[in-house]
Ligand binder design. Structure first.
Ligand code: GLY
Length: 458
C-alpha cells in the first residue's frame, strides 16, 4: 500500500463547538502533520491540553458561520477543514471551501440533505431499497393526525415514532405508545410545543414511522466516494434505562448523546456484512442522485431479529461516538481526514488500540434534553483537574466557559468523560468515579451508561 500523499505540515480548521470538536482537536494534536489548529468555535476548555500554542479558538464564530470560517481560513492559509457539526455542511461549507481551494473532510450541501431532511432521506432509502422502518410523510398537522389515527385504529400498531423533518439537534424524535401520545407529539413537533418553538422549521413536515424494537448501534464510515473505511462500532444510549441497564425508564423521549460504549461486542460478521452493504448502497445511490458523497457517513441502526434497519443517516461523526471511538484510535487522524478529503482512502491504513474498550459518560445541565435556560448557566464546575488526573480518563469540554478564571457550565451537554480500560467493567467504574468527582449546581448524568453491555461482555 503506497503512502497518502500530503504536505509534511498543514494548517487544520475544525468546524465544531462541542465535545466532538475537542476530541478532534486532541486527535489532531497527536499528528506530526499538524502545524496549527483553528477551532470554530473552540471553547476555553480546549486549551487545557499542553500549552504549545498549537490551537487557536474562535469563540465568536459558530460552526454554521461559513462566511467567517472561510475568511479566516484564507487569512491563515488553512489546508484542511474537518467538519464536525452538520450545520457547516448543510450551510454549504464544503462547497464554499472547495471554490476557494481548501480541502474539506465533509460532504457537499446537496449531499447533506441525507441528514438535513428526514423526508428526503426516507424517500432516498425507499428508492434504493435500503432497509428502513416503514413510514408515511405528513406535511400538515391535519395529515399527521389522519396518519396516526389510521396506524393505531386500522393497522392496530401498539407504538409508532414521530420525527420532525429538519435539523433539531437530535431532539425531534418522539416515540408514542398510544393515539393520545401521538397527538401530543404532533402538537409538540408541528404546532406549539417546545420542539416547534425551538426548531421552527424542523416540524414543517414529519415522518410517522414504524416502531422497531431492537438494539441500537452506530456505524461510522469515512469515505472518499470510492473507498469506505470503517470506524469501530459504538452503542449510543438514547432510551433511558434503570441503573442496572435492564428496565427502560422513560418510554417516550430519547436523551441523545449522553453516553456510549465501544466497540460493540455483538457486532458479528453477519451484521457487519449487512451494514457494509447498506453503506455501499448509500454511496452508489448518492452518485446516482448526482450528489456524490465524500466525508463521514454515520448510520444510526436498529438490529431486530438479526436484520439491520437504518433509522437515520448523519453526515458527520456522532457525538459522543467521536469522543468514545477516537479514544481507541491508534493511527494518524489528520492523515485519515486528508485521505478522505483528497480521494486517497485506498492508501490509508487504520489501527486501533489493542485490547482496549471505552465508555463515555456525558455530564449535562439540569433537565437535559430540555433546552437550558439562561438562569441554569454560569455555575462553577468543581473537580475537573482531579478527574483528569485519573489514569485512563480524558475530560472533554462540550459546553463550558471561563468566568473569572473558573470554568462554569454554558450549555446542555457540558463535559464528556471518556474512560479507556481493558474491560467494560473497569471502564464503567472509571467513568463513574470521574463523573462523581466533577459537579456543579443542577448537574446530571446517566448512571446506566454501559451497564447493558455487561450482559454480554466483561
Ligand atoms: N449520537 C448520535 C448523534 O450524534 O446523532
Amino acid at each position: 500500500m503506497s503512502a497518502v500523499e500530503m504536505l509534511d505540515k498543514i494548517v487544520v480548521a475544525i468546524a465544531d463547538g462541542g465535545g466532538r470538536g475537542h476530541a478532534f482537536v486532541n486527535a489532531c494534536r497527536k499528528s506530526p502533520h499538524t502545524k496549527k489548529i483553528l477551532a470554530f468555535k473552540g471553547g476555553d476548555g480546549w486549551r487545557t491540553g499542553p500549552d504549545d500554542g498549537l490551537v487557536e479558538c474562535f469563540a465568536d464564530i459558530d460552526a454554521g458561520n461559513v462566511h467567517a470560517i472561510i475568511a479566516e481560513a484564507q487569512k491563515q492559509n488553512v489546508n484542511l477543514i474537518i467538519a464536525g457539526q452538520e450545520i457547516f455542511l448543510v450551510n454549504g461549507g464544503a462547497d464554499v471551501a472547495g471554490y476557494n481551494g481548501i480541502e474539506v473532510m465533509g460532504c457537499s450541501g446537496d449531499a447533506a440533505r441525507l441528514e438535513a431532511s428526514k423526508v428526503w432521506a426516507k424517500t432516498f432509502f425507499e428508492k434504493y431499497r435500503i432497509p428502513t422502518a416503514d413510514f408515511e410523510i405528513a406535511q400538515s398537522p391535519r395529515q399527521a393526525y389522519a396518519i396516526v389515527d389510521y396506524w393505531f385504529l386500522i393497522r392496530e400498531v401498539e407504538s409508532l415514532v414521530l420525527k420532525a423533518d429538519g435539523l433539531a439537534e437530535g431532539k425531534g424524535v418522539i416515540i408514542a405508545h398510544s393515539r393520545a401520545e401521538a397527538h401530543a407529539a404532533i402538537s409538540e413537533i408541528m404546532i406549539d410545543g417546545t420542539i416547534k418553538k425551538t426548531y421552527p422549521y424542523a416540524g414543517n413536515s414529519l415522518i410517522v414511522e414504524e416502531f422497531i424494537d431492537g438494539r441500537e448501534m452506530s456505524a461510522t464510515y469515512f469515505t472518499d466516494g470510492i473507498d469506505l473505511t470503517p470506524m469501530l462500532v459504538g452503542v449510543d444510549h438514547k432510551r433511558r434505562f434503570d441503573e442496572d441497564g435492564r428496565v427502560p425508564k422513560d418510554q417516550n423521549r430519547m436523551t441523545g448523546g449522553m453516553g456510549l460504549y465501544a466497540p460493540d461486542p455483538r457486532y458479528s460478521p453477519g451484521i457487519r456484512e449487512q451494514v457494509k452493504k447498506i453503506a455501499r448502497q448509500i454511496i452508489e445511490g448518492m452518485k446516482n442522485e448526482h450528489c456524490p458523497f465524500r466525508g463521514i457517513l454515520y448510520l444510526g441502526l436498529m438490529i431486530c431479529n438479526g436484520v439491520v434497519y437504518v433509522l437515520e443517516v448523519n453526515v458527520r461523526f456522532g457525538a459522543p461516538e467521536a469522543q468514545g471511538i477516537l479514544a481507541l484510535f491508534d493511527s494518524d487522524f489528520v492523515e485519515l481526514a486528508w485521505a478522505t478529503a483528497t480521494g486517497q482512502l485506498g492508501k490509508y491504513k487504520t489501527r486501533w488500540k489493542k485490547g482496549k474498550v471505552s465508555v463515555t459518560v456525558t455530564l449535562v445541565s439540569g433537565p437535559y434534553p430540555a433546552p437550558i435556560t439562561a438562569e441554569a448557566k454560569g455555575f462553577e464546575i468543581f473537580g475537573l483537574e482531579e478527574a483528569a488526573k485519573i489514569e485512563g480518563i480524558s475530560v472533554l469540554h462540550a459546553g463550558t466557559k471561563l468566568k473569572d478564571d473558573v470554568f462554569v457550565n454554558n450549555g446542555g451537554r457540558v463535559i464528556d468523560i471518556v474512560a479507556v480500560a481493558g474491560t467494560f467493567k473497569e471502564a464503567i467504574a472509571l467513568a463513574n468515579r470521574a463523573a462523581m468527582m466533577i459537579h456543579w449546581q443542577h448537574y446530571d448524568y446517566r448512571k446506566d451508561i454501559g451497564k447493558r453491555v455487561l450482559l454480554y461482555a466483561d
